[in-house]
Design a protein around this ligand. Structure first.
Ligand code: ZN
Ligand code: ZN
Length: 177
């Protein structure tokens, strides 16, 4: 299977542990090699002055133009939105190449254990890349493709695909275990 790239496009340095944890988790869940893509470029036209947030549609379009080949998950510390929602944890092109997730809403102030935020990021990363492989939202309890409007909902699901989603992923060219 073609390598998936992981690309930090945030403002502050995330530190090596966050990205490495995410890289390992994605590789396990998707059964694909995952590489870090080092590029200082940042989306030039995605910041919305009025909302003080970043537009995911613009980020995804920009990634398609300047990012590495194959499927790419961009990770940022900036707050993301789509027009109809207050915020999103991430977004992806369904059956496409690009996905983005944000850490901005995954670690609320006073969160007792920073590992909780890392687990949430791993789950949301797998979820968005699942969309890139053509998976839609899933109602199976605890499946990583379940909807998660809040961080609590993210905590309730597991970091892996249910058997139904795993079968779909296999047919789409993934090799999830
Ligand atoms: Zn989703
Ligand atoms: Zn599922």
């Amino acid at each position: 299977m073609e390598a998936i790239h992981l690309w930090w496009i945030g403002e502050k340095d995330p530190g090596p542990r966050t990205l490495e944890h995410l890289r390992l988790h994605l590789g396990r869940a998707l059964g694909a090699p995952v590489r870090i893509w080092e590029d200082e470029a940042r989306p030039p036209d995605a910041y919305d002055e009025r909302r003080k947030q970043w537009a995911t549609s613009r980020i995804l379009a920009w990634m398609g133009r300047v990012g590495p080949p194959g499927k790419v998950l961009a990770v940022t510390d900036q707050d993301l939105f789509i027009p109809i929602l207050t915020f999103v944890f991430g977004e992806a092109q369904l059956d496409g190449r690009s996905a983005v997730v944000s850490t901005a809403r995954l670690g609320e102030p006073g969160l007792p254990d920073p590992r909780v935020a890392m687990e949430r990021l791993a789950k949301e990363g797998v979820h968005e890349l699942g969309h890139c492989f053509g998976l839609v939202h899933c109602d199976s309890p605890a499946c990583v493709m379940g909807r998660s409007p809040s961080a609590r909902d993210v905590d309730r699901k597991r970091g892996e695909f249910c058997s139904k989603c795993r079968d779909r992923l296999k047919r789409a060219g993934g090799e999830a275990r």
